[in-house]
Write a protein that binds this ligand. Sequence first.
Ligand code: AKG
Length: 397
Amino acid sequence: MCLLRTTPRPDLSAPHAGLRLQPAGRSDFYAGPVPETPEVPEIPKIPKIPEIDIGPLRAPMAGAVSGEAEMVAAEIDAACRRWGFFYVVGHGVDPALQERLDSLAREFFGRADEEKAEIALARGGRAWRGWFPVGGELTGGVPDNKEGLYFGAELGPGDPRVRAGTPLHGSNLFPRRPAELEAAVHQYMDAMTVVGEILLSGIALGLGLEPSWFAQQLTADPLILFRIFRYPALAGVDDGRWSVGEHTDYGLLTILAQDRSGGLQVRTPDGDEGDETTGAGSDPTGESWVEVTPRPGTFVCNLGDMLERLTGGRYRSTRHRVRNAGVGERLSFPFFFDPSWDAPVERLPIVERPSDDDAGRRWDRISVHGFEGTYGDYILAKVGKVFPELAARTLKE
Ligand SMILES: O=C(O)CCC(=O)C(=O)O
């Protein structure tokens, strides 16, 4: 049964087709205490962000695509059009690994700043790996109320991209204590890379492409970035501060694990299809902020700018922000699965309508559709703004 291929499939062997090949390259995840949440500004609690079981996409798809996989792809397509956000279940990631990572991360963040600074981001050089203190990272020019650890694919000094000084590529910095964090981060990144590949196969199918389309054309050598964030409580007082200000993510997919504190909010279209968002928290733009409530055993997947760019706006890179209004700390684990550094990102040939000019509604007022270049160009221009001083010191040629 083919539910989805209403758009003509591009001939991916033709030279003009699609993106060019790049030249190079929980069941219970709730380890921490459950904070009580005092009075916070009203955000509608909407339980309808889709939850998608990607189990059927995990079966090998070398031959025929199963009807079940096609149906999952249709669900993903609908979620990407409407929300740009969805919960993922059936992902196959071991809950014990997640719990281990969570408790090791809490142990690390509990150490004194002087000790954490032994692996300060500045020591990671152009690779941008290591720890930054609360307030160290900016969103939209404003310091976030969070501290964090930056990791990425582990590349030794002999790797050609490291030798060439390619930004965001290199070795990770791991703390002396807890020493077990290193192995847990490596195992987690491996497991999440598989989840990213599975999700992209479903997204490809939903777009009417071969399941291997992204792997062949855009993510043969994906840019893998992984972060662990700790958000101190904002203690329930609405003083206008955000744990992370409004933004979109840069690449293809963010696959996020979060503890049970809550606080992630997503900007949603209001009232379309006359359903659950109608009237709740809407504003003159016709949109609403809704809470992405933590759900045991799930990841939250959201789309980045490159999927909006590829699909001419059929899929949205959804604005989101975080406010830890509880009385306890919040931990989150965003894993970013992005195009290869050298891959030019262009609109897919299957997109028939002109791309939207999205600059007016974007948090940064810069249209993704106007972007021409490689993914490396795109992300470099963005990350330079979140750590401006570090960028000035480490990313200058
Ligand atoms: O901590 C979260 O829930 C979201 C983090 C986030 O927005 C990001 O890393 O882009």
